[in-house]
Write a protein that binds this ligand. Structure first.
Ligand SMILES: [Fe+2]
Length: 227
């Protein structure tokens, strides 16, 4: 049976700065058993400079032709939300695969990958108040820019719009019949409880998609970002 490994939030630039290589701590051959490895976001900050070296480091332990990559929020730091073509180019030039909004096949399993972002929906607090808190409190809205229609800071409204696009893509894929398990892999969480963050800032980490999950019934949903 084919085997899948999902890793998120490696933050390899932080480890490199600390002169540590986390993958080297694994016993030799640890990754040989996996037919597919998905890096579900936050491989590094500043991807235009740091992503290619990080993938080179990963490639010493995991054959990159088995590696699927899609971005987390940190993968847009010092970059632009509408710059995924550049991320895809860096990933594919390194020899890995870019998996944003892609349906992958592994044996009988269908694997749906996307960043997801968050919906800012709270049962009693208006989304504009949530957005203002995130803009004040989250580095995402300090270090990520938007290039199109005038260069400017990313906003929670813009990431919410991308969330809506990604959720619509997931709905479309999950509506397609599939004879086998369907695994959803996202960077942001599809739940709001158990996030380890309280107050309005937890709306930068996840969304309450329990209704969506009950309706669409994927076999499982794996996510990162909540460390
Ligand atoms: Fe993240």
């Amino acid at each position: 049976m084919p085997r899948l490994l999902v890793l998120a939030d490696l933050h390899l630039d932080k480890w490199t700065a600390a002169r540590r290589i986390p993958l080297a701590l694994m016993p030799t051959g640890s990754f040989d058993q996996f037919d597919m490895v998905i890096l579900a976001g936050d491989v590094v900050d500043k991807p235009k400079v740091r992503l290619a070296p990080a993938l080179g480091q990963i490639g010493r332990y995991i054959p990159l032709d088995r590696v699927q990559v899609f971005p987390g929020n940190h993968c847009f730091y010092d970059h632009v939300l509408d710059g995924e073509d550049r991320l895809a180019q860096i990933v594919t030039t390194a020899g890995a695969h870019y998996a944003q909004c892609r349906s992958l096949t592994l044996g009988q399993a269908r694997i749906l990958c996307c960043t997801l972002w968050t919906d800012l929906i709270h049962p009693t607090i208006h989304p504009d108040i949530i957005a203002a808190d995130l803009e004040r409190g989250m580095n995402d809205y300090r270090y990520i820019r938007i290039a199109g229609s005038g260069y400017r800071r990313a906003t929670p409204g813009r990431t919410r719009a991308i969330h809506q696009q990604h959720l619509a893509w997931l709905r479309g894929e999950l509506t397609r019949p599939h004879d086998g398990p369907t695994i959803v892999v996202t960077h942001h969480a599809p739940i709001l409880d158990q996030l380890g963050t309280t107050g309005t800032l937890r709306h930068a980490y996840g969304s309450d998609l329990t209704g969506f999950i009950s309706e669409m019934r994927p076999s499982c949903w794996l996510y990162g970002h909540t460390h």
